[in-house]
Design a protein around this ligand. Structure first.
Ligand SMILES: NC(=O)c1ccc[n+]([C@@H]2O[C@H](COP(=O)([O-])OP(=O)(O)OC[C@H]3O[C@@H](n4cnc5c(N)ncnc54)[C@H](OP(=O)(O)O)[C@@H]3O)[C@@H](O)[C@H]2O)c1
Length: 285
């Protein structure tokens, strides 16, 4: 087996931690990971403890790794891209995990014809159960997508998408875990009303969601068939589902996800309207 390629991390926060843990668990040697942060030494020390290279110098990371994962908050994008621009070589592959920032903005801020991919993981990364949307920018090709997918798979499934589908992906899968958490909250509230309270009730609800997800993942059947299979005429589940349908559950969820997609589009347009040199000026939407 070929030695795993060195990976550079720009930013050493929460997502960097999930990715590093995932890569180490997938067999990446710690010495193949090069991680930098702006300031916080405590964050870097946590990675150093795992035997990973840590530094404050982006030049060192860019010199050692041809694949660069951009793991800073969107607000820090302009400054970070301005620092990276002079360090990039044509063989660098830039994988941005920054939510909502279009590839074109990143390409413009880096200058030239940089190979950029946009990745959108979700919080499932913390449990190596992300679904990560991965879209190529203008200068990246299918081989670049495969190469980045091989790395991002360390935190779960990777779904190649066109960038035009990224707003929909963000609304359905990026924000999706929050909808499920809201469902859990609502279930916990009614469970308490009905007399099921405390940590055991919480665990029962989580296990209910996990069990349903596992059955759906293991089955070829679509969710409506799985639901029909557990809803007997005149039974408890059907009584509950009838109330949800009458109360407009589908419409409410549909409206919510459409609103999330529209918000993602608005944020992307705000970035797209900034001139590339905004990286130097440090402005942002
Ligand atoms: N967390 C998730 O589950 C998740 C999911 C999907 C997408 N994302 C995206 O991933 C990105 C990172 O999210 P996060 O939750 O990991 O954020 P985070 O915990 O705040 O980490 C961001 C890190 O970037 C560092 N940083 C900021 N400016 C820098 C610079 N110029 N050079 C080097 N490092 C710099 C910060 O350093 P300091 O400590 O010095 O501030 C911080 O350690 C965000 O764009 C977010 O949209 C995250």
């Amino acid at each position: 087996m070929e030695a795993p390629e060195p990976i550079g991390f720009i930013g050493a926060g929460a997502l960097a931690g999930f990715l590093a843990d995932g890569l180490l668990a997938a067999g990446w040697p710690p010495a193949a990971l090069w991680i930098c942060n702006r300031g916080d030494d405590a964050r870097l020390l946590r990675f150093a403890g795992a035997g990973v290279h840590v530094t404050r110098a982006k030049a060192e990371v860019c010199g050692r790794a041809a694949m660069l994962l951009i793991l800073v908050k969107p607000k820090d994008a302009p400054a970070t891209l301005a620092e990276l621009a002079p360090l990039l070589r044509p063989d660098h592959l830039v994988v941005s995990c920054m939510a909502g920032i279009p590839a074109a903005f990143i390409e413009g801020a880096l200058g030239g014809r940089p190979r950029v991919l946009r990745a959108m993981p979700n919080i499932g990364s913390a449990a190596r159960a992300s679904v990560t949307g991965l879209a190529p920018g203008r200068y990246a090709d299918a081989a670049d997508v495969d190469r980045a997918a091989g790395v991002l798979q360390a935190v779960g499934m990777v779904a190649p998408v066109q960038e035009s589908a990224m707003d929909a992906f963000t609304a359905v899968c990026g924000s999706g875990p929050a909808y499920v958490f809201l469902l859990m909250e609502a279930l916990a509230a009614v469970a308490a009303d009905l007399g099921l309270r405390g940590p055991l009730a919480q665990r029962m609800i989580v296990q209910t969601v996990l069990g349903a997800a596992r059955v759906a993942a293991a089955s070829e059947r679509p969710p409506e068939e799985l639901r029909a299979g557990v809803s007997s005429r005149g039974g408890t589940t059907m009584a509950a589902v009838e109330v949800l349908e009458a109360a407009g559950f589908r419409q409410a969820l549909g409206e919510a996800v459409r609103r999330a997609a529209a918000r993602s589009r608005e944020l992307g347009l705000a970035w797209a309207s900034l001139p590339p040199e905004s990286g130097v000026r440090g402005t942002r939407p």
